[in-house]
Design a protein around this ligand. Sequence first.
Ligand code: PFF
Length: 477
Amino acid sequence: MEYSPRAVSDQENTEVDPSRGSFGTRFGFLMAAAGSAVGLGNIWKFPYITGEYGGGAFVLVYLACIVIVGLPLMYAELIIGRRGGSDVFGALRNLTAKSGSPAGAAVSSVAGIMAVLSGLFILSFYSVVAGWAVHFLGVSVGAIPAAPGGAGPTFTALFESFEWSATWHTVFMIITVVVVSGGINGGIEKICSRLMPGLIGILLLMLVYVGVTGGLGDSLEFLFAPNFHKLSMEAVVEALGHAFFTLSLGMGAMVTYGSYLKSDRGIVRDGVTIALIDTGVALLAGTVIFAVVFAGGKEAGAGPGLVFVTLPDLFDSMPGGTVIAIAFFVLLIFAALSSAISLLEVVVSFLVDRFGVSRKAAAAGLGVAIWGLGLLSANSSLTFGIPGALSGFLGEGDKAMLDILDNLTTRVMLPLGGVLIAVTAGWLITKEDREAGFEHLERGPGYAKAWTFLIRFVAPVLVLFVLLVKAEFISLG
Ligand code: PFF
């Protein structure tokens, strides 16, 4: 399904800079954007935080966050990218300059710089965790010996071995750099158009498998029967933070991908589709994982080790378990790769568009820098003391770099970036740019009004509130 030349030519403002590259097809764009959203956040993090926060009620709050904050911000990012026609920093600056708003330049510069830094930080530790999935794939196929005693000791040995973690981190970064060097159409679109259908196919096959092996009923009940006694403010804060992370919002990934689109048409529908795919994959992954966990008589609240410890052990004792373990870790790697690509692209497009660096040089140079930073996360014995004032965000006591960067980005930088992008889209760009994506819709004006309200008032206020609670400026008792 190509973006038809007619759809492009009957729109104002549809020209894209051919030297920047663009997505060839609508399908390709959707796979890249959904690929960015669907990642470790869906398959590793969503199930374990849902397990920790007690299931159904948490899922409900998370879904509400996606609809009330996530979707409006998704549209905001896509339209800023599409109309701004540049990297995240440039797109924000272009649109605020057009509106002539005095606050616009300052807000958009801060948002742009923070977005680029978030990309660097997230990818550095994301690649380490993705590397663990590569290691477990190696163990599943029998190429790497498992530690005696099963997945628990295997994971501990991996986690504690700088050499192993750094090796897989290096492999994963090289693959990411190679894909991004290939450009939008020839690299990112091509790879994501293969990874995403593959990922969804594997997940559906796994669903059929757990349908046969059992646990499905308990899993569905855990995920979808809300028990509000278990819901805490802490869980609400986590749900909102995760909504950002899982939809790749707050750091311009969608701005960047939106800037490679040829037309405003379909942006609203695209945003909804991306969110639906992302949520669908998280729920499906949760359903499969908890079915295996409950069928094996294990607890849901195993924490971050859920998919690296609990699950591999259970696979081991199941019929056809080796094949399922291989399928699962391939799934995790596919999901992580399509997200890592978008993280690197945010930073690469910044260097290319701002400083005229060639794509290949930018990808290689940044790849090395991010790899270097990631080495600190690969070394789990390296810990840093967290000053008391920051412990609300970063955790208490001594923390490893991986946890520090994860908390710093998910709990602070993405939500703050989200507030700035929402304020920019809501207040600091022209009405024409703001509403461009709604124009051709039958009930466009109504949708545009509702969206403007959400992005101006609801999203920033809710997110700021959560940040202030986290910073302990507001106490909920
Ligand atoms: N959405 C990804 C996930 O759920 O794993 C993580 C992510 C990717 C966050 C890209 C931000 C981003 F820009």
